[in-house]
Ligand binder design. Structure first.
Ligand code: PSU
Ligand code: MN
Length: 332
């Protein structure tokens, strides 16, 4: 088979004669995997990566650790092995214990680690909670192709001036991992985020919907560029993309369940308030997203947190099924 990229560290498209097109390389030696995750990957069983910024910087304690534990259980119930990813004492870890999750949920010394921060925090032996971008990269280095989160980062409102565009988008352009999210929330400029994903060649696929979802709400007013209605269809798109040698991820946009959503007109006013509070306080850069998430929880008196937890669980149910469908395709 002729693949354009045959560099030794090409993680997914093996490309050598005699190997399956998607034979995974062994996990990068700098990673520490749990036995369970290592064995599942070696056996070609479904594994789902999970991020940790959502635990340390996305939700308050103790709801954050409860969410992390329940989401792992949902993935197990769905027949896949959960692999929550973080950096602990400078070690990139793939698969965490209960005390690890508790540490991430409580320790103030855990920094938010996006792609640019990864070498710094690892080299200094520090703790880091990984964003979508950093989690994608570590998942790919482990050989994991399916990743579940809540919401992606994207193009912030006012990015024309601030240039604040999440590294989640550029990571989706280059790292071969499918990310299940509930779309992006309107703390971001949803239209510019979708345009940027198009430029970067990232398939954005609405799951069971023609409309791109807006995290707390099922509707955003923007069309989903593509649509799929089953995990098997999604697995086929993942397989096809990488088989063609098209590097990069996919954004699978799974709307929040109707019974859990906060209608757009209600949440939009709250988001506007949170944004103006942020400007008034001069919060920006990597602190923007955590500030806004926390402020929205305060203003809604916890209602946004309930919705956030519900949508992550819903994404976990779908992610386990996608990982299973993809593993089946790889075997077949
Ligand atoms: N959106 C959420 N919850 C989150 C995040 C985004 O609803 O926890 C986190 C994710 O880890 C995401 C990161 O990757 O924020 C994006 O941060 P930034 O905009 O600084 O790249
Ligand atoms: Mn940013």
């Amino acid at each position: 088979m002729n693949t354009p990229d045959t560099t030794p560290n090409a993680a997914s498209t093996a490309g050598q004669a005699g190997t399956a097109p998607h034979a995974e390389r062994p996990p990068h030696p700098a990673l520490t995997l749990t036995e369970e995750v290592r064995e599942a990957l070696a056996a070609g069983h479904p594994v789902v990566a999970l991020e940790s910024t959502i635990i340390s910087h996305g939700m308050p304690y103790p709801q954050n650790v409860a969410m992390a534990t329940e989401v792992e259980q949902i993935i197990r119930d769905g027949g896949a092995v959960p692999a929550t990813i973080a950096v602990l004492d400078g070690r990139p870890r793939v698969g965490l214990t209960r005390p690890d999750l508790e540490l991430l949920a409580t320790d103030q010394a855990v920094t938010k680690v996006s792609l640019r921060d990864l070498p710094y925090v690892v080299a200094r032996g520090e703790h880091g909670a990984t964003t979508v971008a950093a989690t994608m990269r570590l998942a790919a280095l482990a050989g994991i192709r399916t990743f579940v989160t809540g919401g992606l980062g994207g193009v912030h409102r006012g990015a024309q001036q601030s240039f604040d565009i999440s590294a989640d988008l550029t990571e989706l352009a280059q790292t071969d991992v499918a990310v299940v999210s509930a779309g992006v929330k309107s703390i971001l400029d949803i239209g510019l985020t979708l345009e940027t994903l198009e430029t970067l060649g990232v398939p954005v696929i609405g799951y069971g919907t023609d409309e791109f979802p807006a995290f707390f709400s099922r509707r955003s007013g923007f069309a989903a560029p593509m649509r799929a209605d089953s995990p098997a269809e999604l697995a086929a798109i993942m397989h096809t993309k990488w088989d063609l040698g098209i590097r990069g991820g996919l954004d699978i946009a799974n709307p929040i369940p109707a019974e859990d959503e906060i209608p757009a007109d209600q949440i939009d006013a709250i988001i506007d308030r949170a944004l103006s509070d942020m400007d008034a306080k001069g919060v920006k850069g990597k602190d923007a997203t955590p500030f806004l998430l926390g402020r929205i929880v305060e203003i809604t008196g916890g209602e946004s947190l309930r919705a956030n937890i519900a949508l992550v669980k819903n994404n976990a149910r779908l992610g386990a099924r996608i990982a299973a469908a993809y593993a089946e395709l790889q075997r077949g």
